[in-house]
Design a protein around this ligand. Sequence first.
Ligand SMILES: Nc1ncnc2c1ncn2[C@@H]1O[C@H](COP(=O)(O)OP(=O)(O)OP(=O)(O)O)[C@@H](O)[C@H]1O
Length: 506
Amino acid sequence: MAAQSLFDVLAQATEGMMVVDRSHRIVWISEGYKRFLPALGFGDETEFVGRPVEEVVPNTLIPQVIASGKPMLIDLLTNRAGTFLVTRLPLRNEAGEVIGALGLVLLDHPETTMQPLISKFGRLQQELDDTRRQLAAEQSKNRRSKHTIASFIGSSAPALEVKRQARRAALTSSTVLLLGETGTGKELLAHAIHAASRRAHKPLVSINIAAVPDTLLEAEFFGVAPGAYTGADRKGREGKFKLADGGTLFLDEIGDMPTTLQSKLLRVLQEQEVEPLGSNTVIPVDVRVIAATSRDLGAMVAAGQFRADLYYRLNVLPIRVPALRERREDIEALVEALGEDIARRSGMPQKLLSTGALDWLQQQRWPGNIRELRNVLEQASLMSDELQLNEHSFAAAMPSPVNADEANALPKLLPSSLSAIQPQEATHEPAAPTSGPATAVRLDTLRPLPERIEAVERDAIAEALRLTGGNRMATARLLQISRASLYERLARWPDLMATHAEGSPS
Ligand SMILES: Nc1ncnc2c1ncn2[C@@H]1O[C@H](COP(=O)(O)OP(=O)(O)OP(=O)(O)O)[C@@H](O)[C@H]1O
């Protein structure tokens, strides 16, 4: 009786009410509810009652209330009939079992009486939709490769030749060997070749051999069988070859491959099958390999540091990626493209370049190639408040510029202290109280050798960190030392570590 009167009170006090049974079927609607039927697309009650609620009231959550047995005391329901403030309550029998639900419309025009809440809801809904769209766009972008052959900027003869070779390589599944200095765009080309190949819809998996400790490389390449190890690898792990199945495996810094693993890699390349560590079964794989190195592999073969048979197996389609100084005419287009990217990422307007600035950029030697050009552009843009950058803006961002002529005479990376040592080291004259560079050199030679070596190393590392924008991997490569020995030295000079925090924009 009490329940009946509560029911009547609710039906009258609200704008509309419906009762739904356990199987979601609408069994009753109040007089008030009938007003909403035309907006929901129904002529009269008989077409509506008896139907499953989710079929006739879009976006309703009544089925969830029946499933969970938990009330929804207040919610906004939006569908083609409008936006409503609603309450949903489960109905239970005496045994406490859910036998259906009550749906109450508290307000049918909440937008007039609950403006702040409704507009907040609208805003959040809009943000949610935008984020979902962005995420979907991002995901589809990530599935596509980061780079295409057209993203390799440049129309000089050497750049066009590289692109021609890359397009040709994309037509086949043969192994590609990308050879070139650090920062010339080898990784970009590997992505581009994959994206232009028939494997583009399959993964491109990269492994930087120099970045993985030798002891872990084998597991990284070939995977680990379940139960082979305890700890993190107990469940087994797929190797990069398996992950790249059907697609492309990019082996960056192949010159750093330990000799013990070289023969195993050769076997996998020949047989196209891998044997995970701790297993005695082989797994067939279909992988296209693109390898890259900034080292002279031919010389490494001659020195016995790289297996000749692996070298020949990799050297099927060699592509030499030119250094930036071999294609200075591309600097203008590169500056334009890199500047656009820097502006987009930083949210600041793109800076213009004076003619003097462009000339200046074209005269540099760029041992760190495009990565270095990008870093210098970025630093100059951040350091200057002017919209136009001139040669002084760049000189400030690149404190010890070396022009092309000087550079040809002297390896750029040798810092002044080292170049000072070389010619003077043979002279054993006593220090004379003269002024100028000669005095500095003689005083320098009087310092204990370990101290001088330390200073040379420190200068070289500082210079290389600057060139690579603090990128540890590229720094180690440029100096031809291992990453571990770079870190070991950096630990000695915490100030260097702090000035060049890890993280290159590339
Ligand atoms: N031709 C190019 N056009 C536009 N950007 C380029 C070009 N070449 C390289 N870059 C950019 O320069 C940076 C360095 O390129 P990438 O990492 O491909 O060089 P890399 O030769 O693989 O270097 P490393 O040997 O040090 O790994 C990246 O930000 C890349 O996008």
